[in-house]
Design a protein around this ligand. Sequence first.
Ligand SMILES: [Zn+2]
Length: 414
Amino acid sequence: MNAPAASADVRRANLSLVLRHIEAHGPCARTEIAAATGLAHASVTAMVADLAERGLVRETGAGAPGGRGRPRRLLRVVHGRVWTVAVQVTHDMIRLRATDLSGATVHTEDTPHGAPFGDPGPVAREIGSTVARAVEQAGGAHLGLVVIAVPGAVINGKVGHAIGLGWRTTDLTALVAAQLPHVDCPIEVVNEANMAALAEYHALTAEGATHPDTVVYVTAHAGVGGCLLIGGRVHHGSHGMAGEVGHVPVSLDGPPCRCGSRGCLNTYLRLQALTRAAGIPEGTGGPAPAAARAELNRRLRAGDERARAALDTAGHALGAALLAVASVTDAGEAILGGHLADWAPWLMPGIDARLIGRRTAIEHVRFAVSTGVLGADATLAGVVHVGREQVLAMPAGVPMYTSMTMPTLPEAGA
Ligand SMILES: [Zn+2]
């Protein structure tokens, strides 16, 4: 790397450092920022001037007098300056949540997409429309990033295979960008289970939990999704598919799977497999899987033997898959997400029965099974977290104001 490029990188990193400090500790004075970050006072002053020109920070009153008796001017982040748009594509809905720099929700929209199986075009058009409506609401705020979570593996920025939607190798970023010719911000596509895993990991940490180095996350809806977290970060693997436990074989001659194999975890744990095993007729309470799920939930809580037996069998299958993953990765914790968290009381006996060998054969080996706390909102919470982190890491991506573009920003969330 040549010297000017390196120096520009250092400046960008310092700009982010100062912004993050004000966000975490503001209102605060320049002297406090210099002391906490180790940057020279003159450097902090220059960084603050830059952030102020981008509309990201502003002075807010004065604090107690500093060393020379002058009042210290305090700084705070202007949360409304940048919006991040998080989008989740499910098998039937597009869920959008726009947040400001504090992470507070400023705009939300849930739209059924009704898209035909196998065609990403209508979904991309619907995403474009919902994002365009969010942009209209943003007013003078800068749109920092659009992050779209999909139920499929993401390989080199493209959706490699979304079995539930019937998509193969889809450049969703390009399809959505084509719908938004006037929106000039990065658009990223990410895997939904990875986002949910990150969100649950941080939510459990906020509740006081500590995690081992390697954690596996499993969730189940129309299919089974998973993620491998190492050191609190998503481990993508060679093809972006690490932690995808749905097609781990748990029996050699089990039911046929949509992937062409037999006995995959997916064939025991996905919602339709559970409701079928519980004896709930297809279409119970309406056509949506949510109705069958609610019926299974009701039967479990009512003590229905067949429903509980279905969950026990699924628990054994999940335990076998977790044993395989733990054996290969030396994971020390599994987090169950989505409705697996709700149904953990009926899954745990089977899981524990499969893991007992690993837990007792080797002294010091711990394998904890935790339940997520965010339910159906985990994916969007994760996307919001990732989007905010990226904006805080790259404040130089927010344009400078000129006297012509200075808007009036709402004070809410500031
Ligand atoms: Zn399979």
